[in-house]
Design a protein around this ligand. Sequence first.
Ligand code: 9MR
Length: 383
Amino acid sequence: MNKRILISCLIVCAAAAATVYGEDKAEADLKSLKEAYAGKFLIGAAGDLRGYSSDELANIKMHYDIVTPENSMKPQPTQPTENNFNFSTPDAMVDWCMKNDVKVWGHTLLWHAQTGRWFFEGPDGQPASRELALERLKKHIFTVAQRYKGRVVGWDVVNEAIDDRGTGRTENLRRSSWYTAVGPDVLTQAFKWAREADPDAELYYNDYNIEQGAVANTGKHASSMMLLKRLIEEGAPITGVGIQGHWHLDTNLADVEKAITNYASLGLRVAITELDVTATGDNSGEFNVRGGGTIPEENYQKQAEVYRKLFEIFLRHADVIDRVTFWGISDTRSWRGRQNALLFTGRLEPKPAFHALIEAASKNEAAPKNESAAKNEAAPKTD
Ligand code: 9MR
């Protein structure tokens, strides 16, 4: 080998080694999100885990304390037809979590969507009677909640019972099939059965946009306060409220903070259960909200700032917030795919938002946990 070739080889090898070293170093330097927030609140992600790559599973293990199955524990997939239960996906997901020291959150027992029509059909094509619908609901809740008893931290017992665009002068309950078949007391009943089925689980009411109107005490927030007070009065064993957190670059942060303190004032715990902040376009838990298109680079800085401000709020209220869960793990494992709403790219590279959250944790002295902030059934009665 002549000298020139040898030198070229050495340069190429050195460059390759530097790249590998650089990547290793970046990986080694990457902080764990869950470790950054340890002792403040749990950090979670949604995912059913079926078909996830080993890199995705490693990302979950590194950054998250707890996983919510995104779809597989919902009524439709767990009981597609009457008495025909299917738990293969959630069983595998829960097994993986238990083996890897990751907690699980149950989602969801009573919802207007992803629920088989059969729940509401009576004999001879008539609508099911109130009694029949309740009997089916009870069986569903007992079967699913007892199966995962001791393995889930808690349940989103009731999901999204409040309708959109109300004034806030009433509970504004969604006129869903459950509402039609049973009536407004179906919500309290679901909480009571969930408590019987799993006495140790935390039981949550979960909804989107329920922070909206908190400062002015109007809209969906005012409706949620009315509903929660009624549930407590009716003896529903409710531990806390899940603010879903499907947000965007212009989300009203003052409403977010006020909603947290309002719920805490009812003696309830709070969790952010489905967090994503879209880098472009709108967001909401509503199915028909869309967005997407080209995303200017500067939007990722804006997104990082919104995430940072949100976590500064959560840290200020860490005494009542038990968990902050992202709805997905990356911009491709996300229902907001084209809006790049999460902390990691599809290749699991950390985005500016990830770094902002690590920084926010390091700068903050969170309020100590206030375990005496009423937990569960100890919630005071209010009017
Ligand atoms: O992320 C879920 C998506 O994959 C499903 O297609 C969708 C259909 O029901 O549900 C999504 O998750 C929802 C969650 O269960 C409740 N809050 C709103 C979430 C986003 O739609």
